[in-house]
Design a protein around this ligand. Sequence first.
Ligand code: SF4
Length: 743
Amino acid sequence: MSWRDVPGVGTGHERWTERGGYSSDDRGGVMNDTRRPDRWIRTTCGYCSVGCGMLLGAKGNRAVAVMGDPDHPVNAGRLCPKGLSEHHTIAAEGRLTVPLARHGPGAAARRVGWDEALAAVAGGFRRILAENGPDSVAVLSTGQLVTEEFYALGKLVRAGLGLRHYDGNTTLCMSSAVAGYKRSFGSDGPPGSYADLEQADCILLVGANLADNHPLLAPRVLDNEAATVIVVDPRVTKTAMVADIHLPVRPRSDIVLLNGMIRLLMEEGLVDTAYVVAHTEGFEELAAHVADYPVERVVAECGIDAELFRRATLAFGRAERGFVGWTMGVNHSVQGTETVTLLNTLCLITGNIGRAGAAPFSITGQCNAMGTREAGAAASLPGYRAWDSAADRAEVAALWNIPVERLPDARGRAYPDIVDGVLDGTIKGLWIIATNPPVSFPHRGRLERALSSLELLVVQDGFETPTTALAGVVLPAAIWGEKDGTYTNSERRVSRVRKAVDPPGEARSDFDIFLALADELGLRDELYPGWKGPEDAFREWARVSAGRLCDYSGITWEAVDAAGGVQWPCPPGTAARGGTPSLYADGVFPTASGRARLWCVSPEPVSDKVNDRFPFLLNTGRTVEHWHTRTKTGRVAILESLAPEGWVELNPADAARLGLGADDRARIESRRGHLDGVPVRITATVRPGEVFMPFHYDELCVNRLTIDEFDPISREPNYKQSAVHIERSRSARAPVAVPSTRR
Ligand code: SF4
């Protein structure tokens, strides 16, 4: 008897193959013939930064299937719902297939050829720059391109167009982690690896709902049964439900909690004094600062149980290997950067860095946010070099073979400051690449006013979006599955991304668009000497990164193929063993003193105050079925049917007081705008006085409500705490979104 004949195991595949229409595939098993690929292409998921390896099945020029890559070091064959249906994005409705031009807001878009579109972009930006100076054009990029494209774009924007104002949507999610790392350690760069989740004795997750946001990291936590898992989150998230200890802190009280933990660790003698003395600075000031955070204050301000707080702190302090992970619950705050430094401090004073299982670790959002951080020339010069360092600028100019004067001597405006520049008329031309600000940027009404006031808005994307609807020129781009390159995931692992099918119509890869635009500007040979494809960009970027913390110089596409993914730093000779799993193993940090800095941080109150008119605090976040603004997942039938519209989560006590039931819809108003027709979900996973909405939906866009306040250091938005009013919906059941004129 074959194992296939065991009840519950047998698939009965013989019957299906005999009936016809089904046949056996070496990798995929029995498959419907319409979906059985004629080849499997090894690639990396294009959604989140976990960076799962997958096999994309193609039949002719159609993507027909995906499966997890069993040999990939990140996911060992597993995928989440988004990854499992990712092939459906390629032939989805709404792809952009030809360049478009529009004469004025509201005018119909007209199909144009590539030559006309590129001439309009190059000529338009050149005219604006000539008439208004070098700061009158800006670029907003993304975390969705391949690293080779980010590197090419950075050269074009900085050395070609000479622009100072260039940022990406990565500022909406990870810039506080970047700024926090720089403050604590002297450089960006997540110090740990996913394997640490399996080796840690204690895993502390702060504002990180892995189960929804980074699904393929959750099994690593669940599989480590020996570890004490602590989740700090205002909501009882799916991740909190599987934790050993859940600390449901009040919004914005995480700084009080962390100061209190540090004080308690000091009191209990759980500081690694030898590490602190040898490798850090600022301990005495820190000790004096946290003296103001006794347990009584922590439990009162955080709203948590004193015994749970003690248990959590002591579990972390007594762990041989302690791991701290965080995402948007920390970063999406006006104090995000400072909170990140406290998480780093927690690890530093307990010696939990530079060892297996022991690290502070930011879990990145987009599939290649890391690639643009390292190679993109936006917030930093390539290789984490500093814009305000004459030596760094001179080094990059020499590597690029251009006069150093061609490089800006300052970073330029960050994303929210670019929006401000558009609104005050300073910036008149904007190029938006693979991002969708009307849905993703806080205070949508203000953002839409900005985009509508531009002289020239160029939007480059794979899909029609609310952003392309406002554009003067639309450049149709290839998406994941249609182009080659690499992504770098949260754990600094570089993996290959491969083309399986051709882009639709006249769409081109972003790489080809950048080279064609450089051609139009007469800069191609200077910027991209001898480049024929993205691998040429990778080789140059690897050379430019040599000797830096994010050293790619030992990485080649072939080495990535052989290892299935390589972690930087990877100087020559280290790719074969997969690169470097932990940063700072020697305790030496890239600061002036070589020591890590322990920062003192004090909490600031929430500014969008609740009152009788706006009595609820609105929290925002993700759901597992969707990705960002649903540009792709909203067009995948299985995902869309699982979560077709936005909703608001409300505590049962509040729902009863407002007279709202499970089938009701709500009208929600903030000081900036309102939404009507929002489905109500009544759940005790949110506390009384707090509500939660997912941020993916254009139709019920939570960013009509969110406050437009930003971290003063990282410029990341404070999406998390907006005061709102809720009542039964006054209108029909269909969702209605109406911008407010209040601000
Ligand atoms: S966890 Fe992230 S990278 Fe992995 S399949 Fe899901 S969306 Fe893709």
